[in-house]
Design a protein around this ligand. Sequence first.
Ligand code: PRP
Ligand code: URA
Length: 210
Amino acid sequence: MEGKVHVLDHPLLQHKLTILRNKDTGVKEFREIVSEIAMLECYEATRDLPLEDVEVETPIAAGTFKALAGKKLAIVPILRAGLGMVDGILNLIPSAKVGHIGLYRDPETHLPVEYYCKMPPDIAERDVIVLDPMLATGGSASAAITFIKGYGCRHIKLMNIIAAPEGIACIQKDHPDVDVYVAAVDEKLNDHAYIVPGLGDAGDRIFGTK
Ligand code: PRP
Ligand code: URA
């Protein structure tokens, strides 16, 4: 069975995404909004976190209430652009560990080239959310997930901001066990494997490198 694709169409997310798409949005605002969108998406992507009962005394009465059952999480941004989503997630889950995987797309072949990897030592015991704003051909995210599975991780989710149908098909084929969380699924890829209409080059817009 294929992984589920969760298209998060909350009005706040859609409004913020439209600001990202605008070519006139500057680097400061772009960076802030990538982080905010990641935080809002994280709210949905963690909806299935297990809870346990805890005893607490309020100023009025004692009671049994819910608290997170201490599930261990890790987030893994795909460098560079995934870095822009890290702070937003850590705002909600400050105790998450952070692994890093460096991949770039070869401009000719559009295939991912790995250049860096550093994971928390106990990554195999953690649920992992892989972060990358753009899921275009899906090559980078699929390679990153394969790599992370190589450490023994079995519970992996992928969080993007914009996906192309081609990228979603790639993840569903290569990793049918992985659910995808995304704020929009756009129309298609262009001849350079950029998402149309998309938002341009996410890494360049986050880091101001173009
Ligand atoms: C972008 C983006 C993804 C990848 C998506 O990264 O952040 O990692 O392309 O494309 P794909 O789905 O076709 O693999 P890029 O290679 O431009 O590197 P950068 O983040 O360093 O800018
Ligand atoms: N990488 C990006 O940053 N943008 C795209 O549209 C495709 C790949």
